[in-house]
Design a protein around this ligand. Structure first.
Ligand code: GDP
Ligand code: MG
Length: 212
């Protein structure tokens, strides 16, 4: 994927601020500090567009990045940050839940986890939540460069087993340092952003047809 244009659009606090141009959206969920911003930067070859956060957990917004006038990356606020109050946590949950339930342009969630460690309880809950809503998921296990190649397979297996990863969901080992997994991830993203579009077009044509 050749990224010729990428820009930060908005830190949205609610639905009325989400873009309304109906481009496909790829959301990123994961623990604070897991490497979501770095993942986006590596994908689009920008050093610092998605700022690698200095104060994790602080942002309670959905950060929108538009890529090639073709799709959006939507960076969720990281979960599992200890210093966040219960009220903030609940507000986070409500915003994310509403987005996941109502956002028609959402095509795929990248669940970003740390390949070095087993998934956290929050990772497991997020995965089950997404399954419950029948949202397509790609699990991206990042920071692969931080463990030796000889242990990749073992860590991957442990991650998949602990998450109870279903066969329909892709699992990708990734590194924002080396670019490992980047091409594979782009192909999953593009595949999902195109998916349903033709179905939706057909549906629209059908609906228009019945109106006459
Ligand atoms: N070695 C290595 N470090 C990473 C990788 N991804 C992120 N990091 C580091 O992990 C820290 C948190 O990354 P960031 O992207 O800000 O995480 P976010 O809070 O999920 O957005 C930063 O210091 C990054 O440089 C990776 O793939 N490899
Ligand atoms: Mg970040």
């Amino acid at each position: 994927m050749k990224v010729t244009q990428s820009e930060f659009v908005i830190s949205a606090v609610g639905p009325d601020q989400y873009p309304d141009d109906a481009l496909p959206e790829i959301a990123l969920a994961g623990r604070s500090n897991v490497g979501k911003s770095s993942l986006i930067n590596k994908l689009i070859n920008r050093k610092n567009l998605a700022r690698t956060s200095s104060t994790p957990g602080k942002t309670q917004c959905l950060n929108y990045y538009r890529i090639n006038e073709q799709l959006y990356f939507v960076d969720f606020p990281g979960y599992g940050y200890a210093k966040v109050s219960k009220t903030q946590r609940e507000a986070w949950g409500k915003m994310i839940e509403r987005y996941l339930l109502e956002r028609e342009t959402l095509k795929l969630v990248l669940l970003v986890v740390d390949l070095r460690h087993p998934p956290s309880k929050d990772d497991e809950m997020m995965y089950e939540w997404l399954k419950h809503y029948e949202i397509p998921i790609c699990v991206v296990a990042t920071k692969a460069d931080k463990i030796p190649r000889s242990r990749w397979a073992k860590h991957a297996k442990q991650m998949k087993t602990s998450l109870l990863l279903r066969g329909e969901d892709t699992f990708i080992m990734y590194s924002s340092e080396t670019g490992m997994g980047k091409d594979e991830l782009w192909s999953v993203i593009l595949n999902h952003s195109k998916r349903d579009q033709s179905n939706e077009d057909e549906q629209l044509i059908e609906e228009l047809g019945t109106e006459e």
